[in-house]
Design a protein around this ligand. Structure first.
Ligand SMILES: C[S@@+](CC[C@H](N)C(=O)[O-])C[C@H]1O[C@@H](n2cnc3c(N)ncnc32)[C@H](O)[C@@H]1O
Length: 244
């Protein structure tokens, strides 16, 4: 076989997180996120208190007014860390993912990591992202275009409880990073489409927010699940659908 065959996915494969438009866009976005969210984080730490208190407040706020809660964060990124983004990228590649679903796209930082993995594998593939805030959808689309990943991503605007009722086929991987209290209903929408071995990476999966963790950690539900050993206060959970 000709090792220089440019159609070979092997030769397309590389890590676009390191250089080129994906890396440049992510560098810019992490800087913008720091500028936009830094004050929020400072205010939060100045208040003191444990992370659980903050989670509890957000859960109560979501229960009262979910749209209003996230409207208040319309200009904030609330993004994954570079480490978690790298984890998403590596999992998508290890899974050879072709279809990925993301709940909570915000300005597109996590989506860019996932779509970069699809692009780098050179076999097509699609990320279906979902975002409630129209302004964030526009910004995410522009950021994804700037990273050169527009063809790999469809962002559905609106409440994921509505926008994810229709999925075009099997799902290899899921990223849960939207309203804390909705992980269970969103998983239930996607569950019929999960391939055996599908990976689900959740950020902000907290026991106070509902029954998601209890469900995926119960082997009789058909999953294997464990907390990730980094940034534990962020509620990072790694789950694999093992089938029933
Ligand atoms: C933590 S941020 C997502 C960050 C993003 N994954 C990243 O790393 O850049 C959560 C996002 O979920 C969105 N969201 C919350 N509830 C939603 C819902 N029901 N449907 C769709 N998006 C929702 C919020 O507007 C917010 O932008």
């Amino acid at each position: 076989m000709n090792a220089m065959n440019s159609n070979s996915p092997r030769l397309v494969a590389m890590n676009s997180l390191e250089q080129g438009p994906v890396a440049d866009t992510l560098r810019r976005l992490f800087q913008e996120a720091e500028a936009a969210d830094g004050k929020l984080m400072e205010e939060h730490s100045a208040r003191g208190g444990a992370p659980e208190d903050y989670v509890g407040e957000l859960v109560e706020s979501e229960k009262k007014d979910l749209r209003g809660t996230y409207r208040a964060f319309a200009d904030h990124f609330l993004n994954v860390s570079p480490e978690f983004g790298r984890m998403l990228y590596l999992c998508a590649r290890a899974r050879n993912a072709q279809r990925i679903v993301e709940f909570g796209t915000s300005m597109g930082i996590s989506a860019i990591h996932l779509a970069a993995a699809l692009q780098d594998m050179g076999r097509g593939g699609t990320l279906i992202g979902t975002e409630l805030e129209p302004g964030k959808v526009q910004r995410a689309r522009a950021n994804i275009e700037a990273a050169g990943l527009g063809e790999r991503v469809e962002i559905r605007e609106g409440d994921a409880r509505d926008t994810l009722t229709q999925l075009p086929g099997e799902v290899d991987m899921v990223h849960l990073d939207g309203a804390f209290t909705l992980y269970m209903p969103i998983l239930k929408l996607i569950e019929p489409h999960l391939k055996i071995g599908a990976m689900i990476l959740a950020e902000n999966a907290y026991e106070q927010a509902g029954d998601y963790l209890a469900y995926v950690r119960d082997p009789s539900s058909g999953y294997g699940s464990l907390p990730l050993p980094f940034e534990q206060w962020r509620g990072n959970e790694f789950t694999v659908y093992l089938g029933r």
